[in-house]
Design a protein around this ligand. Structure first.
Ligand code: ATP
Ligand code: MG
Length: 481
């Protein structure tokens, strides 16, 4: 009954795999293979490592729920805590677990099958002296452990119907992608930890660094230390490159599952293994302006209970004293992140002496209004009689008042790279250049300084190659007249 109820602790395929991989890493494995047989009639998954393995007594103990006291001290690189993971993670996905493990003293194999356990109404373990046909046993090396999940009822059933092989493959592939994030620091062999290779069948998993920390446009904050019960927690903020500074491939890769907006926030690592990410712990909201901010928090396993680490190693809550510090850290990153966005906007407005749109900021309100003094507008306006002129003013006001701010906001949030201004036809652009040039010149500006003004102003700035030859010849013309 205990095991049946433990099946519903809320593991997913990826959190269950991660929990078993934790054991391999704690057993000092350097190579871990996820082996998947996706035959839909009898799919099975195995986790094979070359760690130190277990003796028979250790194996039987390992399979006992709660074999370790969560209050025990653990060595600082032990990823375990509760003495539950192997059982809870495995049985969250399947009804039959077989473990084969080898030490210099020999091989032991044991199997737990929930159907047998239910029939016997006892925690029955079958131990094999001379191995029956255990899949992948030939892959086990001189030392190491092979954990096999069979009767994968949770994975094989999609909405109550037996799933196709493609469905199973997709689920496993998806989980493997997530493991590239969870274990990225182990996969990369970061300083201070032993590098681990993880493969899914024959595909080697590549580290996925959510901070894109090697990119020159990533802004890396200072490392801060928070001391709690004689232990150090380190915090470091990263602001990912703006999409204009990242290649389209990088931009798409680093957004992560669910997009930038949802992946901003704290990334909490326990002994360098990712526990939880994409949350501000209720200290701030996930907003468009901070969506490039990701903050790495490193905590040691000695602080597990302070952080309320759960059995799945998939949730955590910062202790009260840490929360206060995190709040101040959020404030400073908020500012950096906003700068990445508004730097472009501000530049456009301050350098551009003939803007079509004006950004008006007063107190907490920012508005965009059409600039009636723009040369093209004012020239047109001057040709109108008083009555039409005030009508024209009203047209400009109406256009600005109905700027679709919400739609722009949503589009820029979703696909910023796809948003661009309406295109102007070649002929119209030429007329626009000429009119603007002439009006500015008539207002007394020296012809030679007009190109620079136009170069900074939209719509010319973004298509300057097309505009420049015409502007150059206008300057020459005005010199000869
Ligand atoms: N791949 C492995 N290689 C060697 N020993 C292992 C392996 N997997 C499990 N063990 C042993 O079995 C024990 C029980 O594992 P289990 O995952 O159930 O608990 P835990 O890792 O101690 O704690 P947690 O519940 O936090 O995972 C481990 O402490 C370890 O001694
Ligand atoms: Mg464990």
């Amino acid at each position: 009954m205990l095991i049946e109820s433990m099946r519903d602790l809320g593991y997913t395929l990826e959190t269950a795999l991660a929990d078993v991989i934790d054991n391999s890493i704690s057993a000092e494995a350097s190579e871990i293979d996820l082996l998947a047989d996706t035959n839909p009639a009898n799919p099975r998954i195995a986790i094979l490592d070359n760690g130190h393995g277990m003796s028979e007594a250790e194996l039987l103990d390992a399979m006992r729920p709660g074999n370790r006291n969560p209050l025990d001290d653990r060595s600082s690189n032990d990823l375990g805590r509760f003495g539950l993971g192997l059982k809870t993670a495995s049985f969250s996905q399947c009804r039959r677990v077989t473990v084969a493990t080898r030490t210099p003293n020999g091989l032991v194999c044991a199997r737990w099958d929930l159907d047998t356990v239910a029939e016997a109404d006892d925690w029955v373990v079958e131990i094999y002296e001379n191995e029956p046909d255990i899949p992948w046993l030939d892959r086990l090396g001189d030392q190491g452990t092979l954990v096999i999940w069979e009767k994968l009822d949770r994975l094989a059933e999609a909405d109550g119907v037996a799933a196709s092989a493609e469905h199973v493959i997709r689920r496993i592939d998806d989980a493997a992608n997530h493991l590239e994030l969870v274990f990225h620091r182990y996969l990369a062999g970061e300083r201070g930890i032993k590098r681990v290779k993880i493969r899914l069948n024959n595909r080697q998993l590549e580290p996925f660094d959510p901070f894109n920390s090697k990119h020159p446009a990533t802004i890396t904050g200072p490392e801060e230390r928070i001391r709690l019960r004689n232990q150090d927690i380190t915090v470091q903020a990263f602001t990912l490159p703006h999409h204009k500074k990242a290649s389209p491939q990088d931009w798409a890769r680093f957004e992560g599952r669910g997009g930038y907006l949802r992946n901003q926030g704290f990334y909490v690592y326990r002994a360098k293994r990712l526990i939880i990410h994409g949350t501000w712990f209720g200290l701030a909201r996930q907003t468009e302006l901070t969506k490039l901010a990701r903050v790495r928090i490193d905590m040691p396993n000695q602080l597990d209970s302070d952080w309320k680490i759960d059995v799945r190693k998939a949730s955590a809550q910062p202790p009260m004293r840490v929360r206060e510090r995190l709040r101040t850290i959020i404030e400073t990153i908020g500012a950096t992140s906003k700068r990445v966005y508004t730097a472009r906007g501000r530049k456009l407005v301050t350098d551009d002496r003939i803007p079509v749109w004006r950004r008006v900021q007063d107190k907490n309100e920012i508005r965009y209004v059409l600039n009636a003094d723009h040369p093209v507008m004012s020239e047109f306006s001057s040709k109108l009689d008083t009555d039409l002129r005030s009508q024209f003013r009203r047209v400009l006001e109406l256009s600005a008042a109905s700027l679709p701010v919400d739609a722009l906001f949503a589009d820029l949030g979703g696909q910023p790279e796809a948003v661009s201004s309406a295109k102007i036809a070649e002929d119209d652009l030429a007329i626009l250049v000429e009119t603007t040039f002439r009006v500015i010149a008539q207002a007394g500006t020296a012809a030679a300084s007009i190109p620079e003004m136009l170069r900074l102003a939209e719509p010319f700035r973004s298509q300057w190659e097309r505009v420049e030859p015409q502007v150059t010849s206008l300057v020459q013309e005005s010199a000869t007249t």
